[in-house]
Design a binder for this molecule. Structure first.
Ligand code: HEM
Length: 124
């Protein structure tokens, strides 16, 4: 595995460990208010980041250069802002709204960069 893929995958594991703990907490307390946060941590944080890791491992050339580094950091800052903002909004603290929107925009940008990377990959 390349070091760049491992970095993405370790972040993915960190998000799903917290996401699963949140799921367990929700179930134990029968309080599902934070279910959308749990879903996004697991699907954006875990599933999406793990797919990024898989791609960069399969196509190491795509991991070279500044755009790949930017992809990594935009994806991480995006999901962290997303988590903070969504947590606040789900707790009816509307000060979290701009944080959530910033997180959504960065998360979307990271997916556009990923699409560009896939588009630019040579086919066999
Ligand atoms: C220890 C592991 C996990 C536990 C204990 C757990 C627990 C839960 C609970 C209690 C709910 C709320 C159910 C309800 O509203 O009635 C839920 C919803 C959900 N979970 Fe998990 N979950 C786990 C792992 C995952 C993983 C790995 C994913 C995705 C990769 C995932 C995706 C979702 C989604 C999409 C929802 C629906 C959220 C919504 O309705 O807004 N969960 N989970």
């Amino acid at each position: 595995m390349t070091a760049f893929s491992k970095r993405f995958l370790l972040c993915a594991v960190a998000y799903v460990v917290v996401g699963m703990a949140l799921g367990t907490h929700m179930g134990a307390n029968q309080d599902f208010k934070l279910a959308p946060l749990h879903a996004h941590m697991n699907l954006v944080g875990w599933a999406t980041m793990a797919l990024f890791a898989w791609f960069y491992n399969a196509v190491p050339a795509a991991a070279e250069g500044k755009l790949a580094q930017a992809h990594f950091w935009i994806a991480q800052v995006g999901i962290i802002l997303f988590i903070i903002g969504l947590y606040m909004v789900l707790n009816e603290n509307m000060a979290g709204e701009p944080i959530l929107i910033g997180g959504e925009m960065l998360t979307s940008l990271s997916m556009l960069i990923f699409g560009y990377k896939v588009w630019g990959t040579d086919t066999a």
